[in-house]
Design a protein around this ligand. Sequence first.
Ligand code: AMP
Length: 179
Amino acid sequence: MPPDSPTESAWASLIRDVPDFPSPGIVFKDIAPLLADADAFAAMLAALAGPWRGAGIDAVAGIESRGFILGAALARELDAGFVPLRKPGKLPGAVLEEAYALEYGNDRLQLQAEAMPPGARVLLVDDVLATGGTLAAGARLLQRQGAQVVGAAVLIELAVLQGRMRWPCAAPLRSLRVV
Ligand code: AMP
């Protein structure tokens, strides 16, 4: 990292805790201030990409919606393509679908059936690992589509929720910040 780049604590300090959003009892991790700071965004992205450089990633799969922001940027860092995992009704053509439970509600994720060639080496990305249901659903979708899940990268892991326990793959799940 160049000497004038922000340290990890500099970019991490731009992640804002918002109590009781979007519902009472949830402390929302707002990454908007981090994304809005060019140097902090670059430093965070370099750290997120670091362990995966040279891993032969064909595509980064990002989970709607903040996983799109991180995932597309990470895909360019890794010279990989980008594949969106979306909420229902957004993707045209044949799709695969997985339902899952959230920290605040239930949801479903979809992947285009022909998004990647079989055996593609895919890195799954999201902003926050909370209860782990979203990331697990994403991994299951990729596996059903015939992709090889090389691992998962998340920016923030909420350790108390033990979402890591639900990660269904042998491949590594790496978090940049565990809080
Ligand atoms: P989960 O399936 O419980 O691991 O939830 C992870 C998904 O919900 C991610 O896509 C996050 O964007 C979002 N999420 C869950 N909890 C939070 C939180 N405390 N702050 C921000 N996003 C969250």
